[in-house]
Design a protein around this ligand. Structure first.
Ligand SMILES: [Zn+2]
Length: 291
């Protein structure tokens, strides 16, 4: 089965290096990523743009827009970008123009908001120009949901229910909420039920190596936490596979998610739904298949 990993990272972020090295036993390089892609039949990935101006500063209030994939290594051809937004600098001269320019790249397939990391509700007027551009360029808005991977986050801004009005107000846009909003996965399930423009990715539920994934697969209570929301929502056409690499190895995490999704829905969850969220990725796949 062909797989798309709809949520990876590929940026010079100190905490990603630390986790890759010390917790996940991952080689956080182009070669490392491509070896894992090939090993798991992942034909493309979507990287969530994020940058820090000082090591360890993420979420960095000084980062310029758009935040990109800036890992100091060769950019893989099959790695696409959701450009990241730093609301703190968005008002500065040239920032919106730089953002708009980046949206025109064939590699840019969406826009990422770091709710919780940055202390703004996604409905704050500060994001209005971003929603306008997303509509103009027909790009989805991907939003961090749930726990933050930095203790400076504010969870009231990354709680799925804090986003409800935005999903309703902007029916013209496609949204993808990351991590199924974990730990508020039932809240996200309820939002999936009533917002046809909302998708959710299944990334980031485990940080660590293969042994840790295997251990958590044996923890019935942990597994049921996600299964309850997945079964309750019954929206297999809007759940999107992703990993949050380099925080967890691809092969182990694929196994974890396969265990949660009925096999008849694997093609959709692991491949087709990502193409529905990211129309530019679909164009790339269509062109590749023509060759
Ligand atoms: Zn992530």
């Amino acid at each position: 089965m062909k797989i798309i990993d709809a949520h990876v990272h590929f940026s010079e972020i100190e905490s990603f290096y630390d986790t890759a090295r010390n917790l996940a036993s991952i080689e956080y390089t182009t070669e490392g990523l491509l070896a894992e892609f090939t090993g798991s039949n992942v034909i493309a990935g979507v990287g969530m743009g994020v940058t820090e101006t000082i090591a360890g500063a993420f979420p960095d209030p000084a980062a310029a827009n758009p935040m990109l994939l800036d890992l100091n290594d060769r950019m893989p051809d099959n790695l696409f970008t959701c450009v990241g937004i730093n609301p703190e600098t968005l008002h500065l001269p040239g920032q919106l123009e730089a953002l708009e320019q980046s949206l025109q790249s064939p590699q840019t397939v969406g826009i990422k908001l770091y709710a919780g990391y940055y202390h703004y509700n996604v409905g704050d007027a500060i994001y209005d120009p971003v929603y306008r551009l997303a509509h103009q360029y027909e790009l989805p808005i991907v939003i961090h949901g749930g726990l933050t991977y930095a203790d400076g986050g504010l969870l009231k801004y990354s709680h799925p229910l804090s986003m409800e009005e935005t999903f309703l107000k902007h029916r013209e846009l496609t949204f993808m909420l990351c991590h199924l909003g974990d730990p508020w996965v039932m809240d996200t399930a309820a939002l999936l039920e009533k917002n046809p423009n909302l998708y959710a990715d299944l990334s980031g539920w485990i940080v660590g190596d293969k042994a840790k994934v295997q251990r958590l697969m044996g923890e019935q209570t942990y597994v049921d936490h996600f299964r309850r929301a997945i079964v309750f929502a019954e929206k297999y056409d809007r759940l999107v596979f992703g990993t949050d690499w380099p925080l967890v190895p691809l092969d182990a995490y694929i196994m974890f998610v396969k265990n949660l999704i009925p096999e008849q829905h694997w093609e959709d969850v692991f491949y087709n739904n990502a193409l529905s969220v990211f129309p530019k990725l679909r164009q790339w796949v269509d062109q590749k298949n023509k060759k």
